[in-house]
Design a protein. Structure first.
Length: 462
């Protein structure tokens, strides 16, 4: 590149910092041979002070050079890097990427630093990288007398009362919404102490939702409407309460060898594993996959954008719906079968109802938490393969069968290894959880909506 056309030398000039105009110019040259990432991370090409510009993400946006235009200029596009507070171009929030024009105003966040895209008409091209962060914006004029003028050591109102300065960060970064739900559930738990059955439902529901949110939803990083996820859980509950369950039991436990013999004391591990593969693995995993398949079919007939919200178009959709289905399965199985059985048995043996209630509560907690390396892991893993078959339909049946049989084997192993020792049960649980986490990571890498994935926000690479 030569210096014959000075308009080749693009730059961005800082004109506003934290809502205050900058008195002097701070210019950042854009190098035509490379992407210019702007943010707080020291690896960025344009580095902003991490203390002053807290609303700016570590890697917020990128200025990307394009091919030379007809007039010899280097065209530049601006792209947001899935920043927490967004990138604004001429006052409008940037969606995707857009080509920059002379005089365009770029703001990082709704109230963040603002830059103007310009060409340096006086200097020659350079491979210079500006790394000196701009100083803090000039202080506002004092509104009190001189004895109360601001100083670096003074304490501001927002420092004394931080609730007034956090704004949207409370919901975006501080988990305010989950905190609100926690408070509501805690109050309801206190209010239902005199009603043990309802109290157990609240405790089980809270633990299941918390496990799903923190270990599944946040790790998947794809925004799926909450009513779709709850719908998957309730659909599985309805299936378990419907005559369809009898059909599944007849097929997998009467026709196929999935039924357990009356005397289980003499059954070998190999026989138990074989029967559990049919009666628990194949049967229950197919049952829990029905809501995923239903969402897939419904999504195909809906118009956009409902089809993307409801349907299954990628592995992340399958994982989210599959694990939600597992939550419904676990809640109904635990609260409707296991807890009443142990409560009644212990109460009859001890002759005290409170002893039965205590035994039921002691079983409830590990049953619900255990669904994470259990039912959630199997169903989420199968959901990954259902989404993968949609995303890559070339070998659809091979993909589905691999996922179905793998999930069923893991399920059968968990049910069968309990007769050997608790150590083997731990190993199987860890393996199942690792399978699910590996599927989530691979699903994020394959996702066609990866740029909008909030879980990968802090994993951008140069």
């Amino acid at each position: 590149m030569t210096g014959n056309n000075p308009r080749k030398n693009a730059l961005v000039r800082l004109v506003s910092a934290n809502g205050v105009s900058v008195g002097s110019d701070f210019n950042y040259s854009l190098i035509p041979e490379r992407d210019m990432v702007i943010g707080r991370d020291p690896s960025c090409e344009i580095i902003l002070d991490a203390i002053i510009y807290r609303m700016v993400s570590r890697r917020h946006a990128v200025f990307r050079p394009l091919s030379t235009s007809v007039d010899g200029n280097i065209n530049w596009i601006l792209q947001d890097l899935n920043s927490a507070n967004g990138t604004y171009l001429n006052g409008q929030k940037l969606q995707g990427s857009q080509e920059l024009q002379l005089g365009d105003r770029v703001r990082l966040g709704h109230d963040g630093p603002e830059f103007i895209f310009e060409y340096d008409l006086n200097s020659s091209p350079t491979a210079f990288k500006e790394t000196t962060p701009p100083p803090p914006p000039p202080p506002l004029k004092a509104v009190t007398n001189s004895s109360h003028s601001s100083s670096p050591d003074s304490v501001s109102f927002t420092q004394l009362f931080p609730i007034f300065s956090t704004g949207k960060d409370l919901t975006r970064k501080a988990y305010l919404i989950p905190g609100i739900f926690t408070v509501v559930f805690v109050v309801l738990m206190f209010a239902t102490i005199e009603n043990p059955e309802l109290n157990q439902v609240l405790v089980a529901t809270f633990i299941a939702l918390a496990a799903y949110y923190f270990f599944i939803y946040l790790l998947c990083g794809k925004q799926k409407p909450w009513w779709i996820l709850l719908g998957s859980a309730f659909a599985t509950m309805l299936i378990l309460l419907s005559p369809l369950l009898d059909v599944f039991i007849f097929v997998f436990r009467d026709i196929l060898p999935g039924n357990l013999p009356p005397n289980q004391d003499t059954i070998t591990f190999q026989e138990l594993l074989f029967r559990m593969f049919f009666g628990a693995g194949l049967m229950e995993e197919l049952l829990k996959a029905l809501p995923i398949l239903g969402a897939l079919l419904i999504g195909r007939v809906l118009p956009s954008p409902w089809r993307e919200r409801v349907g299954v178009w990628e592995p992340l959709d399958g994982i989210l719906l599959g694990t939600a289905s597992a939550v419904g399965f676990t809640l109904l199985e635990t609260l409707g079968q296991y807890i009443p059985q142990i409560t009644q048995n212990v109460a009859e043996q001890e002759g005290v109802i409170s002893a039965g209630l205590l035994a039921g509560f002691q079983l409830l907690i590990p049953r619900i938490i255990g669904s994470l390396p259990g039912h959630m892991a199997y169903s989420g893993y199968l959901g990954y393969f259902i989404g993968l078959a949609v995303l890559k339909p070339i070998k659809i049946w091979q993909t589905l069968l691999v996922g179905y049989f793998t999930a069923s084997v893991l399920h059968a192993l968990w049910n069968a290894t309990g007769i050997i020792s608790g150590l083997f049960l731990i190993v199987v649980g860890i393996i199942s959880y690792a399978f699910l986490m590996a599927a989530i990571l691979k699903a994020r890498a394959l996702s066609p909506t990866r740029t909008q994935n909030f879980a990968t926000r802090f994993f951008h690479t140069k």
